[in-house]
Design a protein around this ligand. Structure first.
Ligand SMILES: [Zn+2]
Length: 435
């Protein structure tokens, strides 16, 4: 990939790894310089921020203070002003389109470029390096499999994963208790250095192992949990099943790799990639370290479609304490991210909640959805339709949801809105019975 496309992930990883030995002050200076450059760029070249060009002097003097004068960017504000966030000078050819699904309460389309994606990758490799894992380390992913591939495409996909990325996949969208033993055999013969997956899927896999008294029989450097909140009970179950540390990775499709757990348990922020703020959910006023609120992310490498003070949809608390590991990268104190549930088909297959999100990702007609499984044979699906959109995607979505849950009676209702829970979080998948 380096030769063919000129990727610079390794150089960027080395750059980030050098930074981890900087002091907190040196890192703060580095971050401030990057923020200053980005803000000056935004007020000059990004229509959505041109109205703030009068802040130019303040940006030069104190960019963090200038940033706080800008509005918090919610997903719906971003969608409304979509085109105005594009850098006027960006070469359209260089843009990479990406999407979040209806599970984030507001599906969002956005553009990235290779430069910022490479910094996301570099932040992941830096985090993994703390666990002795390098690019090329063999891995097993318990992951969402592409849903709509034919046999040839599936083989091509597995081939690419196996021979170009040195990893094999275990499908998180269709796990069966009776298959766990076979999966373990496959993992054993593949001899991975680490396993990577959704917190809830890793937890289910571990629970199924322990219920069948199966031991792993292989040695791992770590199990890496991503995409969802990693609860303490899940961490314990996974550690017990695989006999190795469980590492928490915190990232967002529309925010990059935001924080990574070190050997001492600190969630270190990718401070050179992203400036984080935590604000009160009602007033949007900044909260002091230790207090939990809405997490805002400013991606410092995003010059193509900058989103300043972007509300990713998770809650967190900052910390002013240093981590015993000695790295100067600041840490998150609390983190309260996505919650996904596992669903069960009538014939006992486990379906990870991401599967439904995956279906909705490119469907503009779906603003929000929520699926609640009451029992294996009964579920309800609520959909909020985007205003003025057609019916065909909605019908397709409903059909595909039913295909994922064959034999389950899915009651569908179109609603005006789906309220968030008391904690302020939106849960799009809820299973109401124990596994
Ligand atoms: Zn640490």
């Amino acid at each position: 990939m380096e030769k063919r496309r000129g990727n610079q992930i390794r150089q960027k990883t080395e750059e980030l790894k050098k930074n981890q030995s900087l002091s907190p002050n040196e890192l703060a200076v580095l971050q401030t310089e990057k923020l200053r450059d980005l803000l000056l760029h935004c007020v000059a070249h990004v229509p959505a921020y041109e109205a703030y060009s009068h802040l130019e002097e303040e940006i030069k003097r104190d960019p963090a203070a200038a940033l706080r004068r800008l509005p918090v960017l919610t997903k719906s504000l971003f969608k409304e002003g979509f085109d105005s966030y594009l850098n006027r000078e960006t070469d359209k050819e260089a843009l990479i389109a990406n999407y979040t699904g209806g599970s984030t309460s507001e599906p969002v389309k956005f553009y990235m470029d290779r430069h910022m994606v490479e910094y996301y990758e570099a932040a992941r490799w830096r985090g993994l390096s703390w666990w002795g894992i390098t690019p090329g380390s063999r891995s097993v992913m318990i992951w969402g499999n592409p849903l709509e591939l034919n046999r040839y495409e599936t083989r091509k996909y597995s081939f690419k994963e196996r021979w170009l990325k040195n990893r094999i996949m275990i499908p998180a969208y269709s796990l069966r208790a009776e298959e766990i033993e076979n999966y373990l055999k496959r993992i054993r013969s593949f001899k991975p250095e680490y396993i990577y997956g959704y917190a809830s899927a890793l937890n289910l896999f571990s629970e199924l192992m322990s219920r069948q008294n199966l031991s792993s029989g292989f040695e791992l450097k770590a199990v890496v949990s991503t995409a969802e909140t990693l609860h303490e009970f899940q961490r314990q179950a996974i550690e017990k099943a695989f006999g190795c540390p469980v590492v928490n990775e915190y990232g967002a499709r529309d925010g990059g790799i935001i924080a990574y757990q070190c050997g001492d348990g600190g969630m270190h922020i990718s401070a050179e990639n992203a400036l984080l703020e935590v604000v009160d959910p009602a007033t949007f006023e900044p909260l002091p370290p230790g207090e939990s609120g809405l997490l805002l992310v400013t991606d410092l490498n995003n010059y193509v479609m900058p989103r300043l003070r972007y509300q990713v949809g998770d809650r967190a608390a900052l910390s002013d304490e240093s981590c015993p590991c000695g790295m100067g990268l600041p840490v998150l104190n609390k983190l309260d991210g996505r919650e996904d549930d596992m669903f069960v088909t009538v014939d006992g297959k486990f379906i990870h909640g991401h599967a439904f999100n995956h279906l909705s990702r490119r469907m503009d007609s779906i603003r929000k959805f929520q699926i609640i499984q009451e029992s294996p044979d009964r579920a309800s699906l609520r959909i909020v339709q985007e205003e003025g959109s057609g019916q065909s995607e909605i019908d397709e979505f409903i059909r595909k949801v039913k295909e994922l849950l064959p034999g389950t009676d899915v009651e569908v209702s179109m609603v005006a809105d789906i309220p968030v829970s008391g904690s302020g979080k939106f849960r799009y998948t809820i299973r109401k019975f124990p596994l």
